[in-house]
Design a protein around this ligand. Structure first.
Ligand code: ATP
Length: 252
């Protein structure tokens, strides 16, 4: 459902994403893991069509998202890590606006708004201005606006940030049902526990390149760590501070 071919993004001389090849099949939750600055957000923004690659391409449901942007966008929902929300809209107005962007029409719009707000217990806030929403409530609203047109592909950058445990559990359930119903969810996360408990397959990205991809089992073999949890696998696959670096920095 999502194919990345030689995807590359540079900022001046710095290569943020350097030739990423990746295939994400349908009916699954795929996790994108990687240390800070690895290139996860840059990759997801290129998949969502917000950022143009310098080279390479993205296919969403077989559509090249630069050559056929509308076809790709129609089947994709995107939840950015730092969404811009216009505070002077009410929750319902924001969702109506998103529905309009995706070409939804008629009574289906109000039905969908009510359904999604009820899912997150936001119905009482339907006509309140977004400026009065808490961080977690905003996150739920943004997720709702990405789901409003029933996309087949959902791309979520750091899904759990700001959500309380119950909402995080609910979102996991939403993502699982979405994938079981034939959807493709691509999520980036730092939370290894979340990746381990939620994702069917994973890719580890480091310094703009995919350094490992597959099921947790595949990653275990890659890290030559047959019994390790994801944290140990992650630390082995990605570079980082060694014990002696840490000792030097904290002076013991
Ligand atoms: P984190 O987990 O910390 O959110 P990430 O894996 O999502 O990190 P990106 O946000 O994709 O990483 O950034 C990848 C690299 O590209 C970083 O080194 C970042 O500083 C750089 N970068 C991102 N956006 C820009 C920009 N607009 N201009 C210059 N450099 C950028």
């Amino acid at each position: 459902m999502i194919v990345l071919e030689g995807l590359t993004k540079r900022y001046g001389d710095f290569t943020a994403v350097g030739g990423v090849d990746l295939e994400v099949e349908g009916s699954q939750i795929f996790g994108l893991l990687g240390p800070n600055g690895a290139g996860k957000t840059t990759t997801l923004r290129m998949i969502a069509g917000i950022l143009k690659p310098d080279s390479g391409r993205v296919l969403v449901g077989g559509h090249d998202n630069v050559a056929e942007p509308m076809a790709a966008r129609r089947i994709l929902g995107f939840v950015p890590d730092r969404p811009f929300v216009y505070d002077k809209l009410t929750g319902a107005e924001l969702l109506r606006f998103s529905a309009g962007l995706y070409g939804l029409q008629g009574p289906e719009i109000e039905r969908r708004i009510d359904e999604l707000l009820a899912l997150w217990d936001l119905s009482p806030w339907k006509d309140q201005l977004v400026e009065s929403y808490s961080h977690g409530m905003r996150q739920k609203l943004i997720i709702s606006s990405a789901l409003i047109h029933r996309p087949r592909v959902l791309v979520v950058d750091e899904p759990m940030v700001g959500l309380d445990p119950r909402s995080a559990w609910l979102l996991k359930d939403v993502l699982r049902r979405f994938a079981d119903g034939g959807g493709t969810a691509l999520v980036s996360t730092h939370t290894l526990e979340l990746a381990e408990s939620l994702c069917d397959r994973l890719a580890v990205i480091d310094r703009g390149r995919v350094v490992a991809a597959g099921s947790i089992e595949d990653l275990r073999q890659e890290a030559r760590a047959e019994t390790a949890g994801l944290e140990e696998i992650f630390l082995r696959i990605t570079r980082g501070a060694t014990d002696s670096d840490i000792a030097r920095a904290v002076g013991d």
